[in-house]
Design a protein around this ligand. Structure first.
Ligand SMILES: Cc1cc2nc3c(=O)[nH]c(=O)nc-3n(C[C@H](O)[C@H](O)[C@H](O)COP(=O)(O)OP(=O)(O)OC[C@H]3O[C@@H](n4cnc5c(N)ncnc54)[C@H](O)[C@@H]3O)c2cc1C
Length: 374
């Protein structure tokens, strides 16, 4: 029993695990093949109470805390259920609405997001701008009681399936300040590109979004004008911890898988596990995974108490994602040729893990954030 979790978290884990085994694992390969998760799966997750678990109960949410979110993230990672983009919708975008939304915005969007009827996305990255968010080009122009948005976004998780996008824009293209505005699917001028072809996360839809003089009422603005960068920075610490939580859970699951595989595979009249190279690799991996777990749980405890700093979250993301990439590569090697076969969990996990060092801020950006505090 990990100290950071309470009994209610562990009970929730049992529920999530059953749902993942019943409703996700059997369909996962099909979703990877088609390149997206059908809306019916979102609705089932909504019915089960697994979407937007931290949203307040008055809007139909679970009223949970970061611990419940972490349980969900871990269970999806353990099952290698990478097609499912629930986390971005539930653990990131819903948090923006809860934290910065007005009461009418919460009443309008949260119930639909909680039920799975509306999939919400966060659109920051642009074709020309990723790491340097303050230099983005999407503009927001005031016209009476409306805003007019012009620009484009790319690499948006769940973009193709989305019902609403929280879009980062600039009121003054020359300034470094950002404003967050919500744009619903169907708003004239708002269009979606095709699902982007990726080397991994094949079941997760990732798309471009285009805003061609899109008119939305100023009441669609999230929080205050020009304060968006601060909102993003505040949420990014949690967003980065999510990637570390996922890395820790994935390493543990694949370590178990590799121990089992190497114990069952015989080469030169002995098991692969029996070679000193294998046992030493797995022992070192176990030691690293145990240290990562301790640090990630400490960060989780801090986020639950509202004390996680951006630099500590950056350390967790940096170390977690780099370790995940390195260890999964070793685990794959210990599987031999089977490690390269898509039907083996380690093969898919290895490909899917690559992006962890890129999205949510690259490893280099994590080092920048940490370096600034030295
Ligand atoms: C599968 C996937 C899903 C994504 N989902 C979303 C989403 O839902 N919403 C969203 O808004 N974005 C999303 N992204 C975008 C993601 O956050 C960006 O790709 C990421 O922040 C990097 O930006 P970039 O791709 O423009 O790379 P660039 O910023 O062009 O970086 C290129 C290289 O330069 C390096 N570099 C940049 N700045 C520095 C520096 N100061 N010092 C040293 N090196 C530097 C980078 O580390 C990198 O190696 C997603 C991306 C992927 C791949």
């Amino acid at each position: 029993m990990r100290k950071v979790f309470r009994d209610d978290h562990e009970m929730f884990r049992e529920q999530v695990r059953r749902f993942v085994e019943r409703e996700i694992v059997p369909h996962h390969a099909e979703w990877e093949h088609q390149g997206y998760v059908p809306k019916s799966a979102w609705l089932k997750a909504g019915q089960e109470g697994l979407l937007c678990i931290m949203a307040p109960e008055e809007f139909g949410g679970g009223g949970g805390d970061y611990g419940h979110s972490a349980v969900l993230i871990e269970e999806l990672a353990r099952a290698n259920a990478t097609a499912v983009g629930f986390t971005t919708h539930s653990e990131i975008v819903a948090n923006y609405i809860v934290a910065y939304g007005s009461d009418p915005q919460k009443e309008n969007w949260l119930p639909k997001m909680i039920s799975g009827e509306m999939i919400a996305v966060i659109a920051m990255t642009e074709p020309g701008i990723g790491s340097d968010l303050r230099s983005m080009r999407t503009t927001l122009r005031r016209d009476g009681d409306d805003y007019i948005i012009s620009g484009s976004k790319t690499f948006i998780t769940n973009g193709f399936n989305s019902g609403m996008a929280v879009v980062a824009c600039k009121t003054d293209p020359a300034a470094k300040k950002l404003t967050l505005v919500c744009v619903e699917d169907g708003t004239p001028g708002f269009t979606k590109g095709q699902r982007l072809e990726k080397i991994g996360l094949k079941g997760q839809d990732t798309s471009e979004l285009f805003f061609n003089d899109v008119r939305v009422p100023i009441t669609n603005r999230l929080g205050e004008e020009d304060k968006g960068f601060g909102y993003l920075t505040h949420q990014l610490a949690w967003e980065r911890l999510i990637i570390a939580i996922r890395a820790a859970a994935s390493i543990e699951a694949l370590l178990d898988e590799t121990i089992e595989y190497t114990r069952s595979r015989k080469v030169f009249d002995q098991t692969v596990f029996n070679f000193q190279n294998t046992r030493f690799s797995l022992a070192a991996a176990k030691a690293e995974a145990t240290m990562l777990r301790a640090f990630v749980d400490e960060c989780l405890g801090e986020v639950m108490e509202g004390q996680l700093t951006p630099e500590k979250a950056a350390m967790a993301k940096l170390m977690g994602s780099e370790m995940q990439g390195r260890l999964l590569d070793q685990f794959l090697q210990l599987h031999g040729g089977y490690g390269f076969m898509s039907e083996y969990k380690v093969a898919r996990a290895w490909v899917d893990a690559r992006v962890a060092r890129i999205y949510g801020g690259t490893s280099e950006i994590m080092k920048e954030i940490i370096a600034r505090t030295l």
